[in-house]
Design a protein around this ligand. Structure first.
Ligand code: ADP
Length: 449
C-alpha cells in the first residue's frame, strides 16, 4: 500500500461501512411494503380460518397485533421523508429495522405456541405453512442485513421448536429435525449473501478510491508539468525581451543626445530589438506547438547556421559581460533533422550559462566548436569560468537544480529534453585549464519519417 492509500484508509473504511449500510437498507426497503402486505394477508387468513374455532378471540387479538404492526411499518415506509444527509442510513436506522423485524418475528413465533395444540389437522397444516413461509420469506428478504434476518427468523424457529417439543409426538420430533435443517440452510444462505455483499462493496469502494487517487496524482503531475513549462517559458523569453529592451533603451539615449549621425545606429538598434522580439514570439509559438504535438517539428537545419544566428541574438549579453567569443565550425556535414527554434534554445542556454559562469573570472573566453564525429555532429560550448561545483555535477540536468540566487534550474533540464527528443545526447566535462565544456551530439544523417 502506498502512503497515500494508508492516509486514505480510515476514510475509505468509514465510507465502506456507509456504503454497505446503504446497500443493505436499499435491499430491505425495496421489499418492505410487499412483506408487510404478506404479513397482513397471512394474519387475515389465519383469523378467517379461526373464525369458528374456540380460540377465535385469541386469534383476533393476535391477528390485530400483526396487522397493526405491519400496517404501521407499511405506512411509515410510504410516507415521503426528506433525503438523508451525506453518510447514508444511521446506526439508529439499523437498530429500528432490527426491532421491527424482532417484533413481527415474535408474533409469528407465538403463532404455533398459542394455537398449534388446539388446532384441527387443517389448522395445524395452516400454521406450519404460515410459519415456514414467513421463516423462509423473511430470511431471504432480510438477507442483506443479517441482524434483522435473525431478529425476524429466530423467534419463529424458537416458537415452532417449543410448540413441537411441547406436543411430545414422534412425528413432531421428526419435524423438529426438518425445521433445524431448514434453519441451518437458511442461516448459511443469509451469511453467504451478506458476506458476498460486503466483499462486493469493499471491492467497489477500493476501486473507486484507487481511481480517485489516480486522478489526484494525474492532476498533481499535470500541475507540476504546467508549472515546469511556465518556468521554462519565462526563462526562455526573458533573455530576448531583456535584449530588446536594452536596444530600445540605447536608441532612446542616442536620440536624447541629439547627435547628428545617430540615425543609422538607432535604426540598427531598432532592427536588432525587432529581431529579439520576433525570436521571443517564435519561442512561444514553438513551445505551444510542442505542447500540442508533444514532439519537435523536424526539418533539415544547418547547425553552423544555427550557432551563428544564436551568437548574433546573444551578442548583447556577451558584450555586456565583456566575454570574448570564438567559433570553430569545422563540421563538413552539419545538416541535422531538427526543430531550429528548439536547438537555438539549447545553444542560447549553454551560451548564457557560460557567460554566467565567467562573471567572477579574470579571463572570459567562450569557444563554440562544431565538428563531425562518426555519424553525428558534435557541438562543444567551452568557457573559462569557475567550473561546475562539485556537488552539482551529478544533478546538473535535473529540473530545478540551480546554484544561482535568481536561477530557476530549468535551462539544462530543458536542453536535455530537447536534445534527447532529437535522438541526441548532452553531457558536461570539466576543462583541464579551468571552466567547463558542455557538449551535445545530434545524428546528422537525414532520418526517415
Ligand atoms: P539556471 O541557469 O537557472 O541555474 P540551468 O539548468 O541552466 O539553470 O543550470 C543549472 C546549474 O548548473 C546552474 O545553476 C549552475 O550551477 C550549473 N551550470 C550550468 N552551466 C554551467 C557552466 N557553464 N559552468 C558552471 N556551472 C554551470
Amino acid at each position: 500500500m502506498t502512503t497515500d492509500d494508508e492516509k486514505r484508509s480510515p476514510l475509505a473504511a468509514s465510507h465502506q461501512i456507509q456504503r454497505l449500510r446503504a446497500e443493505q437498507f436499499s435491499n430491505i426497503l425495496r421489499h418492505t411494503q410487499g412483506v408487510m402486505l404478506a404479513n397482513i394477508c397471512n394474519a387475515s387468513v389465519f383469523i378467517a380460518a379461526s373464525w369458528d374455532r374456540p380460540y377465535r378471540a385469541r386469534a383476533l387479538v393476535w391477528g390485530a397485533l400483526v396487522i397493526g404492526m405491519a400496517a404501521f411499518v407499511y405506512l411509515r415506509r410510504r410516507t415521503p421523508r426528506p433525503p438523508r444527509a451525506a453518510g447514508g442510513p444511521s446506526r439508529r436506522g439499523v437498530i429500528r429495522a432490527g426491532l421491527y423485524a424482532a417484533a413481527l418475528g415474535s408474533c409469528w413465533g407465538a403463532l404455533p405456541l398459542l394455537f398449534l395444540e388446539d388446532a384441527t389437522v387443517g389448522g395445524k397444516l395452516l400454521i406450519a405453512c404460515l410459519c415456514s413461509g414467513m421463516l423462509g420469506g423473511g430470511a431471504i428478504v432480510m438477507a442483506s442485513l443479517p441482524s434483522a434476518a435473525i431478529a425476524f427468523s429466530g423467534p419463529i424457529v424458537l416458537g415452532s421448536l417449543l410448540a413441537l417439543l411441547r406436543a411430545g409426538d414422534r412425528d413432531y420430533y421428526l419435524t423438529i429435525i426438518v425445521l433445524l435443517v431448514y434453519s441451518a440452510v437458511l442461516l448459511r444462505a443469509v451469511w453467504n449473501y451478506a458476506d458476498a455483499l460486503e466483499q462486493r462493496i469493499r471491492t467497489q469502494v477500493e476501486a473507486e478510491a484507487k481511481a480517485s487517487a489516480r486522478l489526484d496524482r494525474l492532476h498533481a503531475s499535470g500541475l507540476q508539468a504546467l508549472g515546469g513549462m511556465a518556468s521554462g517559458l519565462a526563462h526562455e523569453i526573458v533573455q530576448p525581451l531583456a535584449a530588446a529592451s536594452n536596444y530600445v533603451e540605447a536608441s532612446r539615449r542616442l536620440l536624447r543626445n541629439g547627435a547628428a549621425d545617430a540615425a543609422p545606429a538607432v535604426e540598427r538598434n531598432l532592427q536588432a530589438a525587432a529581431q529579439q522580439i520576433v525570436h521571443a514570439g517564435e519561442i512561444i509559438a514553438r513551445l505551444r506547438e510542442f505542447l500540442l504535438e508533444g514532439k519537435p517539428a523536424l526539418a533539415p537545419v544547418s547547425l553552423r547556421g544555427l550557432i551563428e544566428e544564436t551568437c548574433s541574438v546573444n551578442r548583447p549579453a556577451l558584450e555586456k559581460a565583456e566575454a570574448d567569443l570564438q567559433l570553430r565550425l569545422d563540421a563538413a556535414q552539419d545538416t541535422v533533422q531538427a526543430d531550429r527554434v528548439q536547438i537555438m534554445q539549447v545553444l542560447s542556454n549553454l551560451l548564457r550559462n557560460a557567460v554566467d559562469a565567467m562573471a567572477e573570472a579574470g579571463e572570459r573566453h567562450v569557444t563554440i566548436a562544431c565538428h563531425n564525429e562518426d555519424h553525428t555532429v558534435r557541438v562543444d560550448v567551452a568557457d573559462s569560468g569557475t567550473g561546475v561545483a562539485e556537488g552539482v555535477r551529478d544533478r546538473l540536468f535535473e529540473p530545478f537544480m540551480t546554484t544561482k540566487p535568481r536561477g530557476m534550474g530549468v535551462g539544462l533540464a530543458m536542453c536535455r529534453t530537447i536534445i534527447e527528443a532529437h535522438g541526441g545526447r548532452i553531457w558536461m566535462e570539466p576543462n583541464a585549464a579551468g571552466g567547463s565544456t558542455f557538449s551535445f551530439v545530434l545524428p546528422c544523417e537525414p532520418r526517415q519519417g
